[in-house]
Write a protein that binds this ligand. Structure first.
Ligand code: PLP
Length: 404
């Protein structure tokens, strides 16, 4: 039974300021339809369709058996922080001490901690858009103002000159998410270096979200700002997560690495908000990071799907899709379909209306670009099987044919 409202409540201004995550809402739509027996094709979830690797699960089971089921240090066990430091050294050539790292409940909390540590009420955080739905909302939670800077299609790499134009005395940080959700963009060395220059000139933090770091294609190289620009290292808050790289979304393990003073502030904050991330998941993460669990077959499979889905999307009238260089999202331009009429005569006025049309007409769930401040686009996650991709595309094509 669903809870029915019995009285009206007055919620805090903070909660009233933020909006629900559209990606989560779309995933819930898909699940609700499926629960009614509808055969849904869901491209909404930003979640690997692969299972967590078996040895990682075994490591967690062993941790439970050994009774590793109590509180840990609120910033995570030293063993995991050392494993993250070793990964940063191995993959990016970065030197971080274990106590320059906090482990949190997923990349989401790590990002929130980073924002909360450096941005206060009335202050501003610059976010290139289209952007992941959560960045602006987290800034609003801390009372700050998200300042969006559109990155230009089709490559969606932010131009440092556009970012520079938005810097004010209230700016505290710039968010850099590469590989990017929702666009799949991988930022160039020049763009990242330009952002590092701005951060140094204006004394701004760079919140670097690298959670799709292991997913780049066609030989595209991912550059980490503190490795590319060691002179800006002190300003970088480097966020990563086990979720996408190791297919561990449900385990909730993410981290932030940064200058000791900021990390100590984050430690104080997390100590009062959640305390430690799950002890068992921490042990599983240590195993995944130290035992060289090989996730490259997953990335190879994403690559195969990427080429297929983009090629096929471009054959659908009204869809124009650039080839993304990273992450696992296609972000087609659908502006040619806007203004058309559905069979019931409703006008498809924006990406939200188009996503709604595809749900109702074809039972295909995608996230509207508007949710990411990327109007005129849809986001399709290709972290789903090839058979599902083909079924979904066939349905989309049929539904498009009905638009007039
Ligand atoms: C860009 C980006 N950052 C961070 C996250 C957070 O991931 P998690 O909290 O599962 O580590 C996501 C998840 O979708 C994401 O897309």
């Amino acid at each position: 039974m669903d809870g029915a409202p019995t009285r009206t409540h007055r919620l805090s201004d903070m909660v009233m300021r933020i909006t629900a995550s559209m990606t989560i809402r779309m995933e819930e739509r898909a699940k609700a339809l499926a629960a009614q027996g509808v055969r849904v094709v869901a491209f909404a979830a930003g979640e690997p369709d692969f299972d967590t690797p078996e040895p990682v699960k075994e490591a967690a089971i062993a941790a439970i058996r050994q009774g590793f089921t109590k509180y840990t240090a609120s910033s995570g066990i030293r063993e995991l922080r050392e494993a993250i430091a070793a990964k940063l050294k191995r993959d990016q050539g970065l030197e971080y001490a274990w106590n320059e790292i906090v482990v949190s409940n997923g990349g989401k909390q790590a990002l929130y901690n980073a924002v909360a540590a450096v941005c206060g009420p009335e202050e501003e955080v610059i976010i290139p858009s289209p952007c992941w739905v959560t960045f602006p909302e987290q800034v609003k939670v801390v009372g700050g103002t998200p300042v969006l800077v559109p990155a230009r299609a089709p490559d969606f790499v932010p131009d440092p000159a556009d970012v520079a134009a938005k810097i004010t005395p209230l700016t505290r940080a710039i968010v850099m998410n590469s590989p990017n959700n929702p666009t799949g963009a991988v930022y160039t060395k020049e763009a990242l270096s330009g952002i590092a220059d701005l951060a140094l000139r204006h004394n701004l933090y760079i919140i670097v979200d690298e959670i799709y770091q292991s997913m780049t294609y066609d030989g595209t190289r991912h550059y980490s700002i503190p490795a590319l620009r060691p002179d800006a290292r002190e300003l970088c808050l480097l966020v990563n997560s086990m979720s996408k790289a190791f297919a561990m979304t449900g385990w909730r393990v993410g981290s932030v690495a940064g200058p000791r003073e900021v990390i100590e502030g984050i430690d104080r904050l997390q100590g009062h908000v959640t305390g430690n991330p799950n002890s068992i998941a921490q042990k599983a993460a240590v195993f995944a990071l130290t035992e060289n669990v090989d996730c490259t077959p997953m990335v190879r499979e994403y690559d195969r799907r990427r080429k297929h889905i983009v090629g096929e999307l471009n054959k659908i009238p009204g869809f124009k899709c650039a080839m993304p260089k990273g992450a696992f999202y296609a972000f087609p331009d659908i502006t040619a379909l806007l203004g058309k009429k559905a069979p019931d005569r409703t006008v498809i006025k924006d990406s939200m209306a188009l996503a709604e049309y595809f749900i109702n007409e074809a039972h295909v769930v995608m996230v509207p670009g508007d949710a990411f401040f990327g109007p005129g686009h849809l986001r399709l996650s290709y972290a789903t099987s090839m058979a599902e991709i083909d079924e979904g595309l066939a349905r989309i094509r049929k539904a498009v044919e009905k638009l007039a």
